[in-house]
Design a protein around this ligand. Structure first.
Ligand SMILES: NC(=O)c1ccc[n+]([C@@H]2O[C@H](COP(=O)([O-])OP(=O)(O)OC[C@H]3O[C@@H](n4cnc5c(N)ncnc54)[C@H](O)[C@@H]3O)[C@@H](O)[C@H]2O)c1
Length: 384
């Protein structure tokens, strides 16, 4: 008599982990390409999560979407495929050599989800038609991949600040309005207008969505938000604070336009005025040096008075690779906002000021912003 076959052990069937979409506006740029490559590299265990605040123990219980559960797509106005863009960044020393080849499948999959951005020259669609088209791209992405939610992150080229009397919405605001229309939380990692357009205020308030911005704080302003509170708390009088930035890449080229640079510099100077009580003398300059590519040098010169008026100087030189500094923050922001959306939080999130040059309220001091972020991490975990 043959033995009864041993029944296969029954494993409880758990529903597949719901996945989260990250939709990058400017999806073929340096920051976006580094974000997609970096997420795949860390998820595959090829690299540690250096620079990702959400991978530190403080966020272990916050209920954030895990990195392997992220799906990428986006809009861009350029056609260069993502794997090729990643190869270019590796050749420039921004990404490790060999990584784009190792992650070719992930990069190709993300590239297949990039849709043409706009508005391009000769595009006759109205603002509302463009918003509807972009929103349809977002809902299509969410449906195709059965995503729990899609977080829209603007990492497109910096736009000039809108001029008084402009009748059209800037592109960044069209995308932001599309995010609202499609029910997607929104992050503005750039100084461009995005959701901060007066014409969108009512839609943002009525959307019931969380959002955060503006302009990622990755280098010179990060340092300023640490040093300015130090001068203030030590009762040292800052007489002048001047800064110069040398950078190349697409960002350097975009910021060669004085109107775009003005939008960027306003955020850098605001940190000082907020912390010190008044803006000190001195300006910030941005020079486009194409030969530097994504490598940036930021020099700050701070003239201050000590006891009995003694005059002193602090100089700092920051040499960073912009996309490597920015990409982990893009992932942090998208994961935190995804969880905020899941827990039902709405409106501007000042708790994320740690990541921005020009945040939606809260302190300008990095230490206080970090404390607020940790409190927020605890709050996100409470509803698990
Ligand atoms: N890297 C950093 O440390 C850092 C920090 C803060 C903010 N930012 C901001 O992030 C943004 C991206 O920086 P980057 O270095 O990746 O620049 P990049 O020039 O490499 O990439 C920008 C991308 O945006 C695309 N784009 C332009 N107009 C568009 C439109 N209307 N619709 C869709 N896509 C459009 C471009 O084709 C390009 O692929 C910039 O605005 C920059 O100021 C970067």
């Amino acid at each position: 008599m043959s033995a009864e076959p041993t029944p296969a052990p029954t494993t409880p069937t758990t529903p597949a982990e719901p996945r989260t979409g990250i939709w990058l506006i400017g999806a073929r740029g340096s920051v976006a390409t580094t974000t997609v490559t970096g997420a795949a590299a860390v998820a595959a265990g090829l690299h540690p999560a250096t620079g990702m605040v959400t991978e530190t123990p403080a966020f272990a219980e916050a209920g954030l979407p895990p990195l392997p559960a992220l799906v990428f797509g986006g809009h861009d106005t350029t056609a260069c495929p993502l794997p090729k863009r990643a190869e270019q960044l590796a050749a420039a020393g921004v990404l490790p050599h060999g990584l784009p080849t190792a992650l070719a499948a992930e990069l190709t999959a993300a590239d297949a989800e990039i849709r043409p951005g706009g508005p391009g020259p000769g595009d006759n669609r109205s603002d509302e038609e463009l918003i509807a088209a972009f929103a349809a791209d977002l809902t299509g992405f969410r449906t195709r991949h059965a995503l729990a939610r899609v977080i829209v992150v603007n990492v497109a080229s910096t736009e000039p600040a809108p001029r008084a009397g402009d009748t059209r919405l800037p592109a960044s605001s069209l995308y932001a309005a599309a995010a609202l229309a499609a029910g997607c939380p929104y992050v503005n990692f750039t100084p461009s207008t995005g959701l901060h357009h007066p014409a969108l205020a009512e839609r943002a308030a009525a959307s019931g969505l969380p959002y955060a911005g503006r302009d990622g704080k990755t280098g010179q302003t990060l340092l300023r938000s640490v040093l300015a509170p130090m001068f203030h708390q030590r009762a040292l009088a800052v007489r002048a604070w001047s800064g110069s930035n040398l950078l190349g890449g697409g960002d350097g080229a975009a910021l060669a336009d004085p109107a775009a640079a003005a939008a960027k510099n306003a955020g850098k100077e605001r940190v000082l005025a907020d912390t010190l009580g008044a803006a000190p003398e001195g300006e910030v300059h941005i020079d486009d040096v194409p030969a530097m590519g994504d490598f940036k040098t930021a020099w700050d010169h701070i003239a201050f008075d000590g006891f009995l008026g003694t005059r002193m100087i602090l100089q700092t030189i920051w040499q960073g690779v912009d996309s490597s500094l920015a990409a982990p923050l893009v992932l942090d922001l998208a994961r935190i906002l995804a969880r905020a959306h899941e827990t039902g939080l709405t409106g501007p999130r000042p708790e994320l000021g740690f990541f921005f040059k020009d945040p939606d309220g809260g302190s300008s001091s990095l230490a206080e912003q970090y404390a607020a972020l940790l409190t927020f991490a605890g709050r996100l975990g409470e509803t698990r």
